[in-house]
Design a protein around this ligand. Structure first.
Ligand code: 5GP
Ligand code: ZN
Length: 114
């Protein structure tokens, strides 16, 4: 738990937020500023700042995140497709320094991203 981290506060429910999915190491919730009809954030409960800060022992957590995304995509009926985005570092536009996977779907998505 990092004291000033907004996503740690969501995990601890200091900021009350509905979890659409919760597993041992992972929670998922709606993005506060959705960019698509479905825009969820899937995060580890553990404070990990980004992909770059992952440790070898975090392998299981990353796998759990991927399986959570699979289950959420099915739950949200994203059978036409969806996108998973992990902004990493300032040049990629990462604003919250707690690893999070954006799950975006429910509309046509442009490629490449800006
Ligand atoms: P980033 O720009 O770091 O890849 O994405 C951070 C995301 O977190 C943004 O899409 C932003 O809307 C979302 N976000 C920031 N603060 C909160 C919050 O307090 N609650 C929720 N649900 N989402 C947040
Ligand atoms: Zn955190």
């Amino acid at each position: 738990m990092a004291g000033d981290c907004v996503f740690c506060k969501i995990v601890s429910q200091e900021i009350p937020t509905e979890f659409l999915l919760e597993t041992e190491h992972v929670v998922a919730f709606q993005d506060i500023n959705p960019e698509a009809p479905t825009h969820l954030l899937v995060i580890p409960k553990k404070h990990i700042t980004s992909i770059s800060a992952l440790e070898d022992d975090d392998q299981g957590i990353v796998g759990e995140i991927m399986l959570a995304i699979r289950d959420l995509a099915e739950k949200e009926q994203l059978d036409q497709g969806y996108r998973v985005v992990v902004n990493t570092g300032s040049q990629a536009g990462q604003t919250v320094k707690h690893l999070h996977f954006h799950l975006l779907g429910g509309r046509s998505l442009k490629w490449p991203p800006g």
